[in-house]
Design a protein around this ligand. Structure first.
Ligand code: EAX
Length: 338
């Protein structure tokens, strides 16, 4: 064998070994990923993109099975399945984590931001990262966030154009103290309820209305059972991509890296799908017969003032260090991010 041939075959052995070693690091895995939205919603498109990337990076070994539309139960049920290790992944609003880690409730303070970019920056910044670090103690791992969107109120009674229009309206909210107290401060009558029960509660008039991003209102056909859509833009919901820690700890470092990469690489696509669908959704809701109204900036200011005592009261009961970081981040983002 010539020197060159020998060198080449040595290289070939090396390459084969490297591939072989990392292939052993990747097992056949089936990852059950549950969420609340329908398969036409940008959340589902994000899950599908993540699945596609992970499958290809793992040489076909790591498969994601999507369970959309609350098929695996409501958020809290799926959260405990992750903690118990009987379900591998969940993407849900950070809102529902506030019952486990109250500081997540900070994200739901009304009127924090004016743009998707600003809300996004909260997730990718120091506060968002610090909150991910609180999860392992609760049996969860967080890969990061997706933006669900700005929330707007729909109801079947009247358009909301001013603070007083909330008065007495029974509005379903995500079970979370910030939402309950904020809508009480608006003098509405907030009713905590799982998302999966919402359509029929609207249909039977158990509640008068609800609040969600336009894409969620459209995908879930709430226009069939709601007349008015008012651009309150009161909060921006971040979704969090959760993995069962029991499952995560079984993964090899290579598998964990592929999961992180699949999240990082699907993020931009998911965000773009949200942007595209959000752009179209309001016009579609109007085409389906909903009556739309904007809110005058003065009225938004009155709503902001009405909810200020709630912000102060809840902040006072959370970890001071986290509240401080949150306030610094909000201030930085409002200044630096358009
Ligand atoms: O995507 O429960 C809710 O209202 C949430 O916005 C839900 O995740 C819908």
């Amino acid at each position: 064998m010539s020197l060159l041939a020998r060198a080449l075959s040595a290289t070939a052995i090396c390459v084969a070994l490297t591939v072989g070693a990392s292939a052993e690091d990747i097992q056949e895995r089936t990852i059950r990923w549950g969420h609340l939205n329908n398969t036409d919603h940008p959340v589902s498109q994000g899950v599908q993109k993540f699945a596609e990337i992970l499958l290809s990076k793992s040489g076909g070994k790591m498969k994601v099975r999507e369970f959309a539309a609350s098929q695996l139960g409501n958020e809290l049920q799926q959260q405990s399945a992750l903690r118990g290790g009987t379900q591998e992944m969940l993407s849900a609003s950070t809102t529902s984590l506030a019952t486990v880690i109250p500081e997540f409730g900070l994200i739901d303070f009304p009127f924090l931001f004016n743009s998707t970019e600003q809300a996004d920056a909260l997730g990718t910044g120091k506060f968002g990262k610090a909150m991910l670090d609180t999860l392992p103690a609760k049996g969860l791992t967080g890969l990061g966030y997706w933006g669900l969107g700005f929330r707007n109120v729909t109801n079947s009674t009247r358009p909301i154009t001013k603070l007083e229009d909330f008065s007495g309206l029974k509005l379903r909210v995500i079970p979370n103290p910030v939402y309950l107290e904020s809508f009480s401060a608006f003098k509405a009558n907030p009713v905590p309820m799982a998302f999966g029960e919402l359509y029929s509660a609207l249909e039977t008039r158990t509640v008068d209305g609800q609040e969600n991003p336009y894409t969620v209102i459209l995908s879930n056909k709430f226009y069939e059972v709601q007349k008015y859509v008012s651009a309150t833009n009161h909060t921006f919901t971040l979704n969090i991509i959760l993995v069962s820690k029991a499952f995560w700890d079984k993964l090899s470092p290579t598998e964990q890296r592929l999961m992180r990469e699949a999240y990082e690489e699907s993020r931009g696509y998911q965000k773009e799908q949200t942007r595209l669908q959000t752009e179209k959704a309001l016009a579609e809701l109007q085409a389906k017969g909903m009556q739309y109204n904007a809110i005058a900036p003065d009225e938004t200011d009155r709503m902001r003032k009405a909810v200020q005592p709630v912000v102060e009261k809840i902040s006072a009961n959370l970890r001071a260090e986290t509240v401080k970081l949150f306030n610094e981040e909000v201030e930085r983002i409002r200044k630096d991010v358009k």
